[in-house]
Design a binder for this molecule. Structure first.
Ligand SMILES: Nc1ncnc2c1ncn2[C@@H]1O[C@H](COP(=O)(O)OP(=O)(O)OP(=O)(O)O)[C@@H](O)[C@H]1O
Ligand SMILES: [Mg+2]
Length: 318
């Protein structure tokens, strides 16, 4: 190779080397930029995922708050309807008490005079009519008596220490022969519960009515049934439940069952006073009575009574 050709080759090589170096530099720059972009992207992704979890937390908080608000609203609604109910019952109590008081004396008169006539007359038709009058008057008198009980200003000095299990078992003893004719089983699940302060006669009346109601409801189904009675302690409360497996209470009646005179029973069978009296008695004991029912499945009445110093409450006529 000539000297000239050698020089040309060297020049070409040098140029190629320079071009290669430039290319490498460019590639290095591209790599650096790419790395920067990748880091930037990574940062953005990190920030995005942080924002995402912050939003998720916010959504969770919002859902919780919504639930809390809903619960508070439900609680408020329940308290309001209880207030309305107790207000309504106090008013009806005053009214019914006044009327009952007025009716009580004439009824006594009718009864005494009917009985006097009964002693005198031998005529069969007359005696049958008089017996009918006597029976109807007695029934009226019983209703008036329960009305007077209902409107009576609760006396608080008759509160004594008592055990609810004993009260309930006394109530069951009182009505157990009623149930033997009917095909109804009572299952009592008594929990170990502390004594409370209260009026055992009145509380017994509450459970008697709840059990008799459950029996009537089971009877209506025409099938054998079961009543479960349960007591247990929950925090500072004694919970007692009367549960039946009858056909339940329709939604539209649930709001009315504690109203005085609301009854679905035949004339002469129910006066519709049982639950309103029960409501009042439980309220007087500083407790609550609630009902839950499912059509075709049955009904649960739940009574919540406070444990400990139960001073009771003063309701009704001032
Ligand atoms: N366990 C129950 N199952 C189905 N319905 C019930 C139950 N308890 C109460 N009820 C309904 O509530 C109504 C009112 O009950 P409440 O005890 O106040 O009156 P009553 O039983 O009809 O009459 P009273 O108790 O004065 O003899 C009943 O007529 C019945 O329709
Ligand atoms: Mg009843």
């Amino acid at each position: 190779m000539g000297a000239r050709a050698e020089r040309e080759l060297e020049l070409k090589l040098r140029n190629t080397r320079a071009a290669l170096i430039n290319m490498l530099r460019d590639a290095e720059e591209d790599r650096r930029q790419l790395k920067e972009k990748a880091e930037e992207l990574e940062n953005k992704t990190r920030k995005l995922s942080q924002t995402r979890s912050a939003i998720l937390n916010m959504l969770k908080d919002m859902a919780e708050n919504k639930k809390k608000t809903e619960n508070a609203y439900q609680e408020l609604k329940r308290t309001q309807s209880q207030l309305i109910q107790s207000e309504k019952m106090a008013t009806i109590g005053i009214l019914a008490g006044g009327v009952a008081h007025e009716i009580n004396n004439p009824l006594g008169g009718i009864l005494i005079h009917t009985q006097m006539l009964l002693r005198k007359t031998r005529d069969r038709d007359e005696r049958r009519s008089l017996k009918l009058i006597e029976e109807s008057t007695r029934r009226c008198r019983d209703i008036v008596r329960s009305l007077l009980d209902y409107s009576r200003k609760p006396g608080l000095n008759d509160f004594r220490s008592l055990n609810l299990n004993k009260v309930i078992s006394d109530a069951c003893d009182m009505i157990h022969y009623e149930m033997e004719d009917r095909n109804i089983k009572i299952e009592a699940e008594y929990g170990s519960i502390p004594d409370i302060k209260g009026n055992s006669n009145e509380l017994q009346q509450v459970f008697t009515n709840l059990i008799l109601n459950a029996e009537d409801a089971i009877d209506e189904t025409g099938k054998p049934g079961k009543i479960i009675i349960r007591t247990y302690q929950e925090d500072r409360y004694i919970i007692s439940q009367v549960i039946d497996n009858s056909s339940g209470i329709p939604e539209e009646n649930l709001k009315k069952i504690f109203d005085p005179f609301f009854t679905t029973k035949d004339v002469g069978k129910g006066t519709g006073l049982g639950l309103s009296i029960a409501y009042r008695i439980v309220e007087k004991h500083g407790g609550e009575i609630n009902v839950a029912s499912k059509l075709g499945e049955g009904t649960t009445f739940t009574i919540k009574l406070p444990v400990g110093e139960n001073e009771g409450k003063d309701f009704g006529r001032g």
